[in-house]
Design a protein around this ligand. Structure first.
Ligand code: G6P
Ligand code: ZN
Length: 544
């Protein structure tokens, strides 16, 4: 079958953000828009020709159409084999697992993660490299560069591939293998966690949980692993059907968007354990009865207890967290005598550390936790890790976390988001903070004295690359911090994120309401950044 060459012209703004190229569906539906980006991947990632590509997405609106377009282009660009998830479904961590397991040269994942889906909502595409992780900046920069000059793309004329039947088909000279979306991933989870202990926990009859798949990609994964392999009661997985619009939901596992789950864990009859994952399955939220585990605490608790899971029983070699993530994990690393790294926001920054064997676990405040088992954060993995701990320790979620605070101290933590702020105002706000920074050290605000203030810059310890201007850090004596940065994942205006953290070593003071404990620092942040004057917002839109 002859490849045809289609003339095209560059679109502006095809620069991948924190996690791939995300735009409104209607932007992607413009003729040549998706094609230009995909061709830029093939033009710059030349090992894909003659190689294997993994392809799948979170099932959101436009997923199937995009997959057919990409399959035809892959065939025209000389890809030898594409592994595509059945029904076009692959969670982000499953795609990472499959890239690694089958030694593919890369993967294209179709998702806008936790952003809503539907004809008027978001779509996205990201390229993952052969190690299984998100493309590093050098790669995304090269792809973007190519999109600015692109003048043609390659495709073939062919019928749509049947994505619903597992099996092999030809598309031109290329083999398309439609693979079970779940089995490779489920096998990996079985190798890491104590499935027997978790099965016994479910069998005991005294443990009740729900997993909210938020009508996104993890439904089939959670049903297979939790209900079928581990014997959790049928119906444990709620909202388990992947829907193109996520059932009009916002598939972001946090206290605001996973309300239904939060309610199920409330009160004396509340469930013992609640967990949720996002659109593409890489985020997680962990709840106990009347208890929310912050993602920062979750990373610290998993690190401190890692030896209880078979996959980590030999111990962990290091921990990394993103800069805005609380320093709770640092204290565990110190106690374990292992290295701890602070990286910019974005999972891609963990890749080199994982590949170099410098860290085993990593996590972000943005509901991401993961390890060296794949090169993406992994929602269900975190849930299974927690289930493993609950099964072995036979304690409640709250007991485990409170004991952790007693041993390590508590890092009170919150994030305040100001969404869809006017972009110029948000940029000015950050510029104004940058000007203030040099004068802040030594200044007192109430009980808090500034120890350091900077715009975070990261030098990758493995390849020496430098990522500057990654967010404003204001550190106080005693370990409290205010961090402010603009989100890199939004599609409308700017989102200002304000992260507040305060260390409390005294167990007698570990059970204060979080917003109350942090109120003085919240006020300092608002005043320093002149948030209301500059954005017109007196209060944040989302508090987590
Ligand atoms: C995505 C990335 C994460 C990142 C998060 C928040 O989920 O995969 O690595 O932490 O977005 O990014 P943002 O720039 O919106 O704060
Ligand atoms: Zn995600």
């Amino acid at each position: 079958m002859q490849a045809s060459v289609v003339s095209t012209a560059p679109f502006e703004g095809q620069k991948p953000g924190t996690s791939g190229l995300r735009k409104k569906v209607r932007v992607f539906q413009q003729p040549h828009y998706l094609e230009n980006f995909v061709q830029a991947v093939f033009d710059t990632q030349t090992r894909l020709a003659g190689g294997t590509l993994v392809l799948g997405g979170d099932g959101r609106f436009y997923n199937r159409e995009a997959i057919q377009i990409i399959l035809r282009m892959a065939a025209a660009n000389g890809v030898a084999r594409v592994l595509v998830g059945q029904g076009g479904i692959l969670s982000t961590p499953a795609a990472s697992c499959i890239i690694r397991k089958y030694q593919a040269q890369g993967g294209l994942i179709l998702s806008a993660s936790h952003n809503p889906g539907g004809p008027d909502e978001d779509f996205g595409i990201k390229f993952n490299i052969d190690a299984g992780g998100p493309a590093p900046e050098a790669v995304t920069d090269a792809i973007y560069e190519r999109t600015t000059t692109i003048d043609r793309y390659l495709t073939i004329d062919a019928d749509a591939v049947d994505l619903d039947q597992v099996g092999s088909a030809r598309l031109g000279a290329m083999t398309v293998e439609v693979i079970d979306s779940v089995s490779d991933y489920a096998a990996l989870m079985e190798s890491l966690f104590d499935f027997d202990a978790i099965r016994q926990l479910f069998d005991s009859g005294s443990f009740r949980m729900a997993f909210d798949a938020m009508n996104a990609v993890t439904g089939p994964y959670a049903k297979e692993i939790l209900e079928r392999r581990l014997g959790a009661a049928p119906g444990t997985v709620i909202n388990g059907e992947p829907l193109p619009d996520f059932g009009h939901g916002h598939p972001d596992p946090n206290l605001v968007h996973a309300r239904e789950l939060v309610e199920l864990t409330r009160g004396p009859n509340g469930l013992d354990f609640g967990a949720a994952s996002d659109g593409d399955g890489d985020r997680n939220m962990i709840l106990g009865r009347d208890f929310f585990v912050t993602p920062s605490d979750s990373l610290a608790v998993l690190a401190a207890n890692a030896h209880l899971a078979p996959g980590y029983k030999a111990g962990i070699c290091g921990i990394a967290r993103s800069m805005p993530t609380s320093q709770a994990a640092d204290r565990v690393a110190e106690a374990l005598g292992v290295e701890c790294f602070e990286t910019p926001t974005g999972w891609k920054f963990f890749g080199n550390l994982l590949d170099a064997g410098r860290i085993t676990l990593c996590g972000e405040e943005s509901f991401g936790t993961g390890s060296d088992h794949v090169r993406e954060k992994d929602g269900l993995w975190a849930v299974l890790f927690w289930l493993n701990l609950l099964a072995v320790r036979r304690q409640s979620v709250a007991e485990i976390v409170i004991e952790h605070w007693r041993a390590f101290g508590r890092n009170y933590y919150t994030r305040h988001d100001y969404e869809a702020v006017e972009s110029d105002a948000a940029g000015d706000l950050v510029d104004h903070l940058r000007i203030l920074l040099p004068d802040l050290p030594g200044k007192r605000f109430g009980n808090h004295t500034v120890a350091y203030a900077d715009d975070f810059s990261y030098t990758d310890p493995v390849d020496g690359s430098v990522s500057a201007r990654q967010g404003i850090r204001i550190g106080f004596e005693g370990g409290s911090r205010i961090v402010m940065r603009l989100s890199g994942t939004g599609t409308q205006g700017a989102t200002l994120r304000v992260y507040i953290e305060q260390y409390e070593p005294d167990p007698a003071r570990h059970e204060q309401p979080v917003q109350e404990a942090l109120a003085p620092l919240i006020l300092i942040a608002r005043e320093l950044a002149q948030i209301e004057a500059r954005t017109g917002r007196a209060e944040p839109d989302v508090i987590t």
